[in-house]
Design a protein around this ligand. Structure first.
Ligand code: THU
Length: 136
């Protein structure tokens, strides 16, 4: 549950900033690092990995979600992503959808405008429950 683990934002920020150092960004020169707290207390993170086929680029959130799955799954409690300067940025639209799938109740995101409930950055998000609703 979201309030079962407390969020150490400084630790999450440090991990996201550390991840920018692993980014592979020969095309944009724009490293991104992302980190999230999982409901069992572990931290997952990722960096962007670009590709000569520009559209194939993996955002930092892709690596984060991949780590979430491969290390045991679970629900996201808190998330932050940063640019090369270490400043907090917003996840792109596609990555909001990516994260939404794994958002736990009470999922919080750090934004340039402060810490916000997930619903504020992806209102009425499309998710697994929408599929369930029409499943025979
Ligand atoms: N990028 C991310 O990794 N995550 C986001 O949420 C925003 C954009 C990356 C993709 C690309 O490698 C670079 O930032 C510039 O768009």
């Amino acid at each position: 549950m979201a309030d079962a683990v407390s969020v150490d934002w400084e630790a999450l920020l440090a991990e996201a900033r550390r991840m920018t150092g692993h980014a592979y960004v020969p095309y944009s020169g724009y490293p991104v690092g992302a980190a999230a707290l999982v409901d069992d207390g572990r931290t997952v993170s990722g960096c962007n990995v670009e590709n000569a086929g520009y559209g194939v680029t993996l955002c930092a959130e892709c690596g984060l979600v991949s780590e979430l799955a491969k290390t045991g799954g679970g629900s996201l409690v808190a998330f932050v992503c940063v640019n090369k300067a270490g400043d907090v940025i917003m996840p792109c639209g596609r990555c909001r959808q990516l994260l939404h799938e794994h958002a736990g109740a009470g999922f919080v995101i750090r934004t340039p405008q402060g810490d916000l409930p997930w619903e504020d950055v992806l209102p009425q998000g499309f998710g697994p429950q929408d599929l369930e609703r029409v499943r025979p």
